[in-house]
Design a protein around this ligand. Structure first.
Ligand SMILES: NC(=O)c1ccc[n+]([C@@H]2O[C@H](COP(=O)([O-])OP(=O)(O)OC[C@H]3O[C@@H](n4cnc5c(N)ncnc54)[C@H](O)[C@@H]3O)[C@@H](O)[C@H]2O)c1
Length: 334
């Protein structure tokens, strides 16, 4: 099999590539990535010279590049996106361009290339937010995106479904909870908090840290996508559930692993459009045999240790990064 992975230099894409090549040593992967601020070649360094891996630097919005990258491809796994909610509040248009137009360009090319499968990686944030006692999202929950990020991902999901219904393109979609793991960019909540603390800074926690997220290990995410590719029904949407935790609980756990106290928390105002809670009903995926293998509390400790031991990976990223507009960057909430 030959896979085209888009956005494979990002957090989830790079972990997926490592996972796939380890578990499918006869397969070939082409990684198409624009290398935005979020794309890190360092995360794939050990694949240099691997005959089953090819990197193409290119934009998914560029039809010519995409058409070329798709030659001889059997399966597409589409991760490439602008993915940071805070950034979407500052600069929504690039989210619409990459997430909506980029996905449409890929779908069109996939149709022309007659690929066997097109898997679209999306987020549970398209469903809006939940109150504490609401039942979790399921694939029939009406879409209710509340930020430019989630609205652009919702747009991409609708396009993917439209290509199935209109043209019969063999698609599947997964809407996933928040991911955590190694190689996550230091501007996302967990790595941001860990690296701030390692740098001797405080962590900006929104509100009282009452917001709730589900957390899924990035390698459990890779396994879920593998299962959907192997056993999923074409045209279906699969929700990928994580473990629910309040943001304060996550923060306290990180502080605990590092032996630090609550005085390192700086409580800040909620950002615009900050959703209270996301939770997923993952029963369709469980019916395919999916079970999480990573326990959040144990794995979070490992992730903290990884950032402690891999300062060479994240320090240059944090240093060279312009700070987001302070109006929006009142803090990080997920
Ligand atoms: N991180 C999460 O917790 C989470 C949860 C649910 C769903 N998702 C979805 O999973 C996917 C991957 O998320 P991530 O956290 O790895 O994102 P990321 O921001 O770490 O990586 C995105 C990658 O896409 C590349 N990219 C951006 N624009 C591109 C373009 N126009 N052309 C080609 N490449 C481009 C970037 O260079 C980067 O390598 C996204 O679609 C995101 O919406 C993420």
């Amino acid at each position: 099999m030959k896979l085209l992975v888009t956005g494979g230099a990002g957090f989830i894409g790079s972990n997926f590539i490592h996972y796939w090549l380890k578990n499918h040593p006869d397969d070939k992967i082409v990684n198409l990535d624009k290398l935005t601020y979020a794309g890190h070649m360092e995360s794939l360094k050990n694949l240099e010279g691997n005959p089953n891996y090819q990197f193409i630097k290119g934009d998914i919005c560029d039809e010519e590049v995409v058409k070329k990258a798709m030659q001889g491809i059997d399966i597409i796994v589409h991760f490439a996106a602008e993915s940071h909610v805070d950034r979407s509040v500052v600069d929504p248009l690039i989210f619409v361009k990459t997430n909506v137009l980029g996905t449409a360009v890929l779908l069109n090319a996939a149709l022309g290339a007659k690929v066997k499968k097109f898997h679209h990686v999306s987020t549970d944030e398209v469903y809006g937010d939940l109150d504490v006692n609401d039942p979790p999202f399921n694939p029939d929950t009406p879409y209710d995106p509340r930020t430019p990020y989630s609205a652009s991902k919702a747009g991409s999901d609708h396009l993917v479904r439209a290509y199935f219904k209109t043209y019969g393109l063999p698609i599947t979609i997964s809407n996933c909870a928040n991911n955590y793991g190694f190689y996550q960019d230091p501007e996302k909540l967990i790595p941001r908090f860990i690296t701030n603390l390692l740098d001797g800074e405080k962590v900006p926690l929104m509100g009282k840290g009452e917001n709730i997220r589900e957390w899924l290990h990035v390698l459990d995410h890779a396994r879920a996508i593998e299962l959907i590719l192997e056993k999923g029904t074409l045209g279906e949407t699969y929700l990928i559930q994580g473990e629910e935790r309040g943001n304060l609980e996550v923060t306290m756990k990180i502080l605990d692993v590092l032996g630090l106290g609550e005085d390192r928390i700086e409580y800040v105002e909620h950002r615009l459009g900050h959703d209270f809670r996301y939770a997923n009903n993952g029963s369709e995926l469980e019916a395919l045999g999916f079970k999480r293998t990573y326990n959040f509390d144990e794995s979070l400790e490992e992730v903290v240790r990884w950032y402690q031991e891999n300062k060479d990976w994240w320090k240059p990223l944090k240093k060279g990064r312009p700070v987001l507009d302070r109006e929006v960057q009142k803090g990080y909430g997920g």
